[in-house]
Design a protein around this ligand. Structure first.
Ligand code: SF4
Length: 335
């Protein structure tokens, strides 16, 4: 083992935080945790990790899940395409494979929704095959250690040579989460003596910051229709995001629309006739790179006959995939 890896792994074993996915080498659980960690912050991951494992404790049970069942558990996490890919992946492994995740890199990469990072994580942690797996945190650590922006996969392999790959990989992650933060705490770093950028006092120059994708701004009009304590929900498969979610009939526009333009839009896009629109509240929301002003609307009168959708009471929502904006909109109405 290289002296750097030895120091790092030793530090990790003494200081690691005992997340539940660190107590297992089960590829299904590691896969789930990695997908969730790519998605959101650790406190949220902990909640969903437990919830999903309670409902679907293994690959076989997930492969048998109905889409709506899994997507409703996923509600609030966003990136529903990832949830769909997980279902496809579980079904493919169970139907075409031996029912367990393969250890071969190419076979892993051929599975739906599994990219280089997730495949590497599974191989390192579950099968002890040292494999480059580089997310944002690990990129930052390696770039600073090597004082380079390039060939970080080779740096990963060189530094980790001879180490237990699971602990080595997780030690890099842990260092990136606890010490080698965007503003690094180098004085507390177990590998500061090996760090080239630290020696040159250039740690803040690595890695190069990518220019941020310009965020687009949208107005998202959500029509909150109520009848006998239930609200009207619909799915919009033409929408680029949340297409599998049950949400309020909506109109997305890059410009602010007047009430009469909105009435026209709801009639054209949904076949819903509304009169007397009033805005209950505007909420700020972000979906991928879009910045969204969500306008929650109510109507004095409406006509939805013949429109494909469902009237659902708040307690029915748990059985349907929906979005956090839906829950926020309902809270607006409660005020
Ligand atoms: Fe990161 Fe500083 Fe440690 Fe280098 S010394 S790895 S920059 S925390």
């Amino acid at each position: 083992m290289t002296p750097l890896a030895k120091k790092l792994v030793y530090w990790y074993r003494k200081n690691r935080i005992s997340y539940p996915w660190r107590m297992t080498r089960d590829p299904y659980k590691i896969w789930l945790s990695e997908i969730l960690l790519q998605q959101t912050r650790i406190p949220v991951v902990l909640k969903f990790y437990e919830k999903i494992l309670n409902a679907f404790p293994d690959l076989i049970s997930l492969s048998k899940a109905k889409d709506a069942e899994f997507l409703s558990l996923w509600s609030g996490l966003g990136y529903y395409r990832r949830a769909q890919s997980m279902l496809h992946c579980a079904r493919e492994i169970v139907q075409n494979g031996a029912g367990v995740f393969p250890s071969d890199l190419h076979e892993l990469l051929a599975l739906p929704g599994i990219g280089k990072y997730t495949a590497g994580a599974i191989r390192n942690v579950c099968y002890e095959y040292l494999t480059p797996a580089i997310d944002g945190n690990i990129r930052r650590v390696l770039a600073r250690l090597a004082m380079s922006h390039e060939k970080l996969e080779s740096v990963f392999l060189e530094v980790g040579k001879g180490a237990e790959s699971g602990d080595f990989f997780q030690s890099l992650m842990e260092l990136g989460e606890q010490i080698c933060l965007p503003n690094p705490r180098c004085v507390s770093c177990p590998v500061q003596n090996f760090c080239k950028s630290r020696k040159e006092h250039r740690e803040l120059e690595f890695p190069v910051k990518k220019s941020k994708q310009k965020s687009e701004k949208f107005h998202w009009y959500l029509l909150l229709l109520e009848r006998k304590g239930a609200h009207f929900y619909a799915q919009n498969s033409a929408r680029e995001f949340l297409k599998h979610s049950w949400i309020f009939p909506d109109v997305l526009s890059q410009k602010n629309l007047s009430p009469s333009e909105l009435c026209k839009n709801f009639a054209q896009s949904w076949g819903i006739k509304v009169r007397g629109l009033k805005e209950l509240r505007t909420l700020s929301h972000a979906v991928t790179y879009r910045k969204i002003h969500a306008h929650v609307l109510a109507a004095e009168s409406f006509h939805v006959n013949g429109v494909r959708g469902k009237w659902l009471k708040p307690e029915d929502l748990k059985n349907y995939p929906t979005s956090s904006i839906t829950r926020k909109s309902l809270q607006v109405q409660d005020r």
